[in-house]
Design a protein around this ligand. Structure first.
Ligand code: NAD
Ligand code: IPM
Ligand code: MN
Length: 346
């Protein structure tokens, strides 16, 4: 069976990391005997330049018809106008495809603890997943407004939205170490009071899973002082955004973190959690591992070629062990050299 994959390279370092990822995908398909059809579409700032909008209909339709979507990153200093930003395209595609669940793993157990900015003794054994709600909360709540004197954002959640993301968290925890940490700001926010109530009511369906609640500020601290305590963290959209960038540096670099987003049914989207990194774009120094680990998630979850996913991950962590990394992981190699190392080692 052939799979339809849509690639959205985007802006900044997006095209640099996507080019290598697609080369490696092709090599893996030969080695592991799977077939796919690839379409590449404009998305983000480049789509604004070419089509006047960050998410053109052609791009969205291709994504809707795909089995899986690979996304690089969008945004940059060229596109900062209030009404037509690359980032609106990203929120638009998440909403249009109903991608309510965003899975962001953090692992040092594959041999990256020596690269952590935190003492190795503290990060040892860290292996957790942040389940970030992705289509609700303050990112999408109405009303919204902005004038020179006033600004308004609305943080809204419905019981149904919280229930479905809670179930994703509980299901994952059930398959892992059976520990779910729900993160909110229940001491201040109404949305968080509802969040905590719903988590508690769903927990009855998962008696084996131990649930605890943390306020988001305390969670930010616990992630640094004792990250190995976590198994699955479930949280709302904005908290998940912030905590996952924080978590990403525990194994060494933001450039290392992959993600997968899914809906109730339909194509899944795979993207590194970092942005377009305009400060290092076009220098061939971007870390491609977050993108490549996202490809590995895609191979496992959407194409179901587990052996290819395992192989790609093994090769990446072997390179990290050998110090064959970009400079964000203390290495001295260029993006293109890393891609070549991977090709040689597959
Ligand atoms: P960023 O994630 O792009 O970069 C933050 C820092 O991390 C920078 O110093 C950057 O050089 C570094 N970094 C990021 N990815 C790296 C990689 N693969 N290898 C090495 N270093 C890496 O965040 P930012 O600078 O705050 O945002 C830049 C633009 O990206 C903004 O327009 C923002 O809206 C956008 N953004 C897009 C996405 C996305 O497309 N999913 C995610 C986050 C931010
Ligand atoms: C991410 C990004 C996006 C988000 C931005 C670019 C809209 O930071 O994917 O983490 O906040 O979700
Ligand atoms: Mn983010």
């Amino acid at each position: 069976m052939s799979h339809k994959i849509v690639a959205l390279p985007g802006d900044g370092i997006g095209p640099e990391i996507m080019t290598g990822a697609l080369e490696i995908l092709e090599q893996l398909s030969n080695d592991f005997n799977f077939e796919y059809e690839l379409e590449i579409h404009d998305f983000g700032g480049i789509a604004i330049d070419h089509h006047g909008t960050p998410l053109p209909d052609t791009t969205l339709n291709a994504c809707k018809n795909a089995d899986a979507i690979l996304l690089g990153a969008v945004g940059g200093p060229k596109w900062t106008g209030p009404n037509n930003r690359p980032e609106q395209g990203l929120l638009g595609i998440r909403k249009a495809l109903g991608l309510f669940a965003n899975i962001r793993p953090t692992i040092v157990t594959n041999g990256t603890s020596h690269l952590s900015p935190i003492k190795e003794s503290r990060v040892a054994g860290t292996d957790f997943i942040i389940v970030r709600e992705l289509t609700g909360g303050i990112y999408f709540g109405e009303p919204k407004s902005l004038s020179t004197e006033n600004a308004l954002d609305s943080l809204t959640y419905t019981r149904a939205e919280i229930e479905r993301i809670a179930r994703v968290g509980f299901e994952l925890a059930q398959k892992r170490r059976k520990k779910l940490t729900s993160v909110d700001k229940e001491n201040v926010l109404s949305s968080s009071k509802l969040w905590r109530n719903v988590i508690n009511s769903i927990s009855v369906e998962y008696p084996e899973v131990e649930v605890n609640h943390l306020l988001v500020d305390a969670c930010a601290m616990h992630l640094i002082t004792n990250p190995s305590q976590f198994d699955v963290i479930v949280t709302e959209n904005l908290f998940g955004d912030i905590l996952s960038d924080e978590a990403s540096v525990i194994p060494g670099s933001l450039g290392l973190s992959p993600s997968a987003s899914f809906s109730e049914q339909g194509p899944r989207l795979y993207e590194p959690i970092h942005g377009s990194a305009p400060d290092i774009a076009n220098q061939d120094i971007a870390n491609p591992f977050g993108m490549l680990l996202s490809v590995a998630m895609c191979l496992r979850e959407s194409l179901e070629v587990h052996a290819a996913a395992d192989k790609l991950e093994t090769v990446i962590y072997q390179l990290i062990k050998e110090g064959k990394t970009t400079r964000d992981l203390n290495g001295q190699y260029h993006t293109s050299e890393i891609i070549q190392f991977i090709k040689n080692n597959l």
